[in-house]
Design a protein around this ligand. Sequence first.
Ligand code: ZN
Length: 66
Amino acid sequence: MAIAPEAERPARPEESLPHPEITYIGCTRCGTQIAGLDGRYACAGCGWVNDWSEGHGPLPETGRPG
Ligand SMILES: [Zn+2]
């Protein structure tokens, strides 16, 4: 039987299907080392969150009204 694996999955799944990258930063308010996704952080210790625009990429769409 003929199998064409190239046709079933892309050559570079990492590029065709971008996924969030785990990044770390020291909280600018309390200094706790916190982990985030794509440059977006939320500190569980003091509640500090960085601005969404500081992220490495655009926010995923959650659906638009209309
Ligand atoms: Zn903090």
